[in-house]
Design a protein around this ligand. Structure first.
Ligand code: AMP
Length: 215
């Protein structure tokens, strides 16, 4: 099984794709956004510091993010999914050095390509379970919860991310184009990139992902 890096604009489905792979294989799912959100929820001083950065749709400091990923990758001993890292070229270079140190070469970069208008609609309709993290979408029948507003798995009331509004989305999308997309070239030169054009065809996405990560 290959290690996975997702490269994608906001709401392209990194979380959903990670869930598909996690349900099928024994992956460690490393979502930097989820780690940062739980830091905010703990109301630590670091959490309070990053709260407004995330709500505005800006990026958290590179050094902090790199340290966080170093700690994670050096403490696990199974295949992993990087969901949300790297997001800048500085992060990509650091990750590359870390991979060299840890002798990791069996990985693929899955680039999820999505129209901005579809990504916006997904952002505005996204609801998440605060307990298990499962994501739903009230604008798409195939991603609606069975009971309006409640998680299918834990029956917990669903909540909306505070950065899932139009203003923050537009900033996150611009940040993605300016800071994250240049990473694509870096990995293309290494022959590591596979592109998936995202629509709402869940079956296609599922089988494509499983095919990509198989050795
Ligand atoms: P996500 O859940 O991946 O959409 O991430 C939510 C937010 O967390 C982003 O909009 C950023 O503000 C922050 N974030 C997540 N990952 C990173 C990263 N690798 N570098 C900087 N900021 C990040």
């Amino acid at each position: 099984m290959k290690n996975v890096i997702f490269l994608a604009p906001p709401a392209a489905g990194k979380g959903t794709c990670s869930d598909i792979l996690k349900n099928k294989y024994n992956y460690e799912h490393i979502s930097t956004g989820a780690i940062l959100r739980s830091e905010i929820a703990s109301q630590s001083s670091l959490g309070n510091e990053i709260k407004s950065i995330i709500e505005k749709g800006n990026l958290v400091d590179d050094n902090l993010m790199i340290k966080l990923i170093e700690n994670k990758l050096t403490s696990i001993n199974k295949n992993f999914i990087l969901d949300g890292f790297p997001r800048t070229i500085t992060q990509a270079y650091s990750l590359d050095n870390l991979f060299k140190e840890l002798n990791i070469n069996n990985y693929v970069v899955i680039y999820l390509n999505i129209d901005k208008s579809l990504a916006l609609k997904r952002t505005l309709g996204r609801m998440t379970c605060p307990k298990c993290g499962k994501s739903y979408n009230i604008y798409f029948d195939e991603f609606k919860p069975i009971n309006d507003g409640y998680c299918d798995i834990c029956n917990e009331e669903l909540s909306k991310r505070s950065d899932d509004n139009e203003e923050s989305f537009n900033n996150r999308f611009d940040t993605y184009i300016n800071s994250t997309l240049p990473i694509l070239k870096f990995y293309e030169e290494k022959n590591k990139v596979i592109k998936i054009d995202v629509d709402n065809n869940f079956e296609f996405l599922s089988s494509k992902l499983k095919e990509i990560v198989s050795d």
